[in-house]
Write a protein that binds this ligand. Sequence first.
Ligand SMILES: *Cc1c(COP(=O)(O)O)cnc(C)c1O
Length: 456
Amino acid sequence: MSAPIRFYSTNRQVPDVGLAEALLKGQADDKGLYLPRTYPQLSMRELALWRDLRYADIAKEILGRFCEGVFDEDTISCLCDDAYDYNIPLEKVAGRRYLMRLDRGPTASFKDFAARMMARWMGVLMEKEDGQLVILTATSGDTGSAVAHAYHGLNRVHVVVLFPIDEVSNRQRKQMTTIGDNVVSLGVDGKFDDCQALVKRAFADPDLSAVRLTSANSINIGRLLPQCVYYAYAYCKLAEAESGESIVICVPSGNFGNMMGAVIAKRMGVPIERIIIATNANDEVPRFLETGQYKKIVPSRVCISNAMNVGHPSNLARLVDVYGGWLDETGVMKEPPDMDALRHDLYATSVSDERTRETIKQVHAEHRVIIEPHGAVGWCGLTDFLKASPEHEDTLCVSVETAHPAKFPEEIQAAIGVDPPLPKSLAGLEERNERYDRFTTDYEPLRDYLLSRFSS
Ligand SMILES: *Cc1c(COP(=O)(O)O)cnc(C)c1O
């Protein structure tokens, strides 16, 4: 047993908290983001021993260390077995280059990994406290369905998802509105920004103090910790840990939560030689690495890898903090990070829609592997890196596929003339009954709705 991990805020104006409080608060009171004060260390010997473990068992080992003193071993064990009951394919594409598919969960995006664990953690905390919690979240698509599915069936946690009626695809809407029970979906006649503004007002509204509201977006540390596990998993499965081999990880990024999972894995001792960040045309972070100047992009640029259309990633504050700087919640760089160390550990590149489509075509033509636009941004980024660093030609590299190709049938069809087969999780969606209430962009009806349903 080691001491429980404490979590500090990147704005450093509030005291450290334990995991339970960090999870239930989401954002710290000083508007900073929580990060672990210390990182549990994984030894090379352990990594070598875990080669034959199942994903859920590696998750128990790693997450158990972050949960010390909060959830006991049996609880973590049950939660991991329950949350991670699907495959994580590691496909060899060419040479030492692999694709890790994180798209086999119930909503076919990598967000399932973290949402499912965070939901279970919160469920256990509410049972312990005999309390009730309402997760209020605005979504432009993937987050809403991953969160809604992850929390479905919990007794003490309710989920309210606000989505812009005209901005989500049919399939995305149905992934949220056909769930029911403790999950309600509210369709808003407005844009994603309107949904987010409604959520923000609700969080700040003293009239709602009788309702215990929490958010489930990637500012919550619960959305990050589970994301370090799959990088350790890829290493255990593919690398020669005995000889101390290192690995290059490539992450297609928008809000940079997924990439922070790789940073955490590296801090824990997984020998990650380089983390490659691949963005779409929203290139504020590649530019920052190049120039040392951070400038957000407003409004964000519209690209086919739409889950990465982010012009000011909230998790950048965490990355800057880990490298010794301070980026506040408004996007002002109060103290610069150690740029040399950042450039040493990270490589960033931006990929246009044109190169994204070209990559989908090329990977299919050359290797018979189907990838979707987000994964293609990643693969193209890895290719950029290998061109710039030919000495890594034979280094073990893993790029992640963040969504299932069947979620983007039009792009895939146009690029390679193939209709990607629908995974079981998405099949049958058409026939299920939809249920959602409609709201305008006015705040008062939302407040009354939350009060009437959830005030204690
Ligand atoms: C959310 C999402 C991303 C971006 O992940 P971040 O953690 O925000 O960088 C990439 N691809 C898909 C399919 C997503 O849903």
